[in-house]
Design a protein around this ligand. Sequence first.
Ligand SMILES: Nc1nc2c(ncn2[C@@H]2O[C@H](COP(=O)(O)OP(=O)(O)O)[C@@H](O)[C@H]2O)c(=O)[nH]1
Ligand SMILES: [Mg+2]
Length: 460
Amino acid sequence: MSDVTTSLDTDTIAAIATPSGSGGVGIIRLSGVNALSIGQTVSNLSTLTPRYATYTQFYARDGAAIDSGLILYFPNPHSFTGEDVVELHGHGGQLILNMILRRCLELGAREARAGEFSERAFLNEKLDLIQAEAIADLINAQTESAARQAQASLQGKFSEHIDGIARQMVALRMYVEAAIDFPEEEIDFLSEGKVAHQLATLIQDAHALRSTAAQGAIYRTGATVVLAGKPNAGKSSLMNYLAGDAIAIVTDQPGTTRDVVKEHINIDGVPIYLTDTAGLRETDDAIEKEGVRRAKQAITQADITLHLVDDTDIVNADSLDFTLELKGHCIKVLTKIDLSGRTPGVINKGEHSDHIDSLVVGISAQTGEGVDTLKAVLIDALGLKSPGETLFSARERHIKALNQAIDTLETAQDQFLSSGAGELLAEDLRLAHNYLGVITGKMSNDDLLGEIFSSFCIGK
Ligand SMILES: Nc1nc2c(ncn2[C@@H]2O[C@H](COP(=O)(O)OP(=O)(O)O)[C@@H](O)[C@H]2O)c(=O)[nH]1
Ligand SMILES: [Mg+2]
């Protein structure tokens, strides 16, 4: 790990910034030292007023007009990338846009790599890494909640929290280092209790931030929910009910679903990858056997497994032929309550009322009773609060770095409480601070930056 080493390229980059296909308007973006002169030549305008849209023609090398549209000039440093930026707004046809782009390349621009505009914005400190990633997340958001959270991160909400914790770390480290430097001071700073207290607060705040970030990550990537249970339990019916469509085949014949059927749905703004599976039972049918194998595999990868049990067949339905190996939580769902006459919703919380696995929810895929309760229980089991203003988007990468920071702080706390040694504590605080720097990009390396920005699209 090192401080940012990527040097800023000084060449001028160009790309079509609007998606491929036809549209009313298409935009070509230029950034770099020659953006202005290239823009002037393409438009044959001798001056461009900063931040004003000028109607113009765009000309080919032979002087023929390729297109007409608007040209905008954003002088550095007040532009997205922090460099001189020029935008050419033409008509949204791929051929026309390619002709204008080719003209810009002839005039000395280079085709931008994926994410290169954002990378330059990051390297010029217009954005930190969280914000650059938030742009990609905003563009790729699948639900309104995910989009709102990406916007919050783009506005710097997540970065503010990280910076707040980083400030606490630095302040504590300064204090500890001062105590180390003046060992003859009458008051023993370190044994006073203030350090231990501040360290405990710091760890607590880091945990809280990690849990909020983990929620943001689920809204971004979605959660995998698998419907499992014996044949005829009502899995495919619930799948269809939740998806609002007849996705999976439903019959009264056990063993109808033989493959895993997947559908992307949205519950309370959380993207959910819903998977219907073959009923779990011993069988000699080769296709069904494979279905059962795939069902078990899906269960082992699920964030939530819904274990469906036919409420009209509770005598033998309660025991599964298979032991389920679970990665995440399991919620038991009693189905067909329209037939059994059971009251819909949460049935009992078992002996361990705080343990989600003991939850049982009664539903009917026929009438829809209890399904809203099931959805609420599911969101709860994912550890999600309803998407309020306080949430921001986050990625696995951020959570990993936060975990590393927390582990370092907790190890530091253990050793400090047992030995009272300030030197080790100061060093661990420095290490933990570096992990936060990895999140915002203050500490990063070319590999990490390359990996992040290359996943962006061209022109971003
Ligand atoms: N009355 C009633 N019948 C249901 C309900 N859910 C499923 N069924 C019926 O039970 C049978 C098996 O359903 P299906 O969804 O294919 O079960 P799977 O094998 O677990 O996928 C079908 O005949 C469904 O119509 C329900 O909530 N109420
Ligand atoms: Mg089925």
